[in-house]
Design a protein around this ligand. Structure first.
Ligand SMILES: Nc1ncnc2c1ncn2[C@@H]1O[C@H](COP(=O)(O)OP(=O)(O)OP(=O)(O)O)[C@@H](O)[C@H]1O
Ligand SMILES: [Mg+2]
Length: 262
């Protein structure tokens, strides 16, 4: 057996929806501790790619390895347990407070069983307190500290979107997949979230894969960029290399180009 390559190694992934090839033999390599942006026009296959990585879609063929472990045959909860957390393009949230949402995210880290928790057995109470403390730390880290006990319904959009990020972090992941984390945010909210994402990498060594249409943010944050168009990988490299790539410029004709919106 060869030594397990660290990071994320996606090879030759194909996904078809009836006649439509959503991903066509796509390769993607994400180095550990890096921020990698996955970009491309609408319908390019970016969210489909995240669905493959997180086990929601099983590809027709191809391989996805996280630190050497093959993921394509695993159920989403098994992939999450291996340290791959994600957020969705559209906000997926239960009602309740920020704390309630984050504690749901910590479910996998709770050792006390349901019955012990319901009966308030001492070890379960201790455990619950520890979970709450960690959820609060993550809320602080993501700028939600002052809203910890606020119902999510009452939060402005940008903060609600950050609850998603915080909830993904509650999984204590090694890799974080963020599908358009600043979409719909105003400039101040975008800057703040970009700062948080950068900090997650520098302070905690987290590997981040980011789908984002905000090219200014991509160019600022990403170490490497992969570009999809109509399900095909058309370019990859540093943000500066990708911005100059003629194929990329062609793909963005009629859509905001990485150059223009930077
Ligand atoms: N469940 C599905 N059933 C059928 N077609 C789908 C399904 N999910 C995605 N598609 C199609 O696959 C293609 C890729 O979609 P995907 O959502 O991955 O694109 P995207 O790059 O995330 O686009 P956007 O930037 O608009 O979010 C599109 O043509 C889309 O209509
Ligand atoms: Mg998408």
């Amino acid at each position: 057996m060869t030594a397990a390559a660290p990071g994320l190694r996606v090879r030759d992934i194909t996904v078809r929806f009836a006649g439509l090839v959503a991903l066509d033999s796509v390769d993607l390599t994400v180095e550990p501790g890096s921020i990698h942006a996955l970009i491309g026009p609408n319908g390019a296959g970016k969210s489909t790619c995240f669905n493959v990585l997180s086990g929601i879609h099983r590809p027709e063929h191809g391989s996805v390895r996280l630190d050497g472990t093959e993921l394509t045959s695993l159920a989403p909860h098994r992939i999450a347990a291996l340290g791959m957390a994600r957020t969705f393009q559209n906000i997926v949230m239960t009602s309740g407070t920020v704390a309630d949402n984050l504690l749901l995210g910590r479910h996998g880290h709770s050792r006390a069983g349901f019955a012990a928790t319901a009966l308030r057995l001492p070890h379960a109470v201790r455990e619950q307190r520890a979970q709450l403390e960690r959820a609060r730390e993550i809320a602080e880290l993501t700028g939600l500290g002052t809203h910890f006990r606020t119902p999510v319904d009452l939060l402005p959009y940008g903060d609600r979107k950050r609850v998603e990020l915080a909830r993904a972090l509650c999984l204590e992941p090694r890799m974080l997949l963020l599908d358009e984390p600043v979409a719909g945010m105003n400039a101040a909210e975008r800057a703040r979230t970009a700062g948080t994402i950068g900090e997650l990498r520098t302070r905690f060594g987290l590997t981040v894969v980011l789908v984002e249409h905000d090219m200014g943010l991509v160019m600022r944050l990403a170490d490497e960029v992969t570009v999809l168009d109509f399900g095909r990988r058309i370019a990859g490299g540093t943000p500066a290399q990708v911005r100059q790539d003629p194929e990329v410029r062609r793909a963005y004709l009629g859509a905001p180009s990485p150059q223009e919106s930077a």
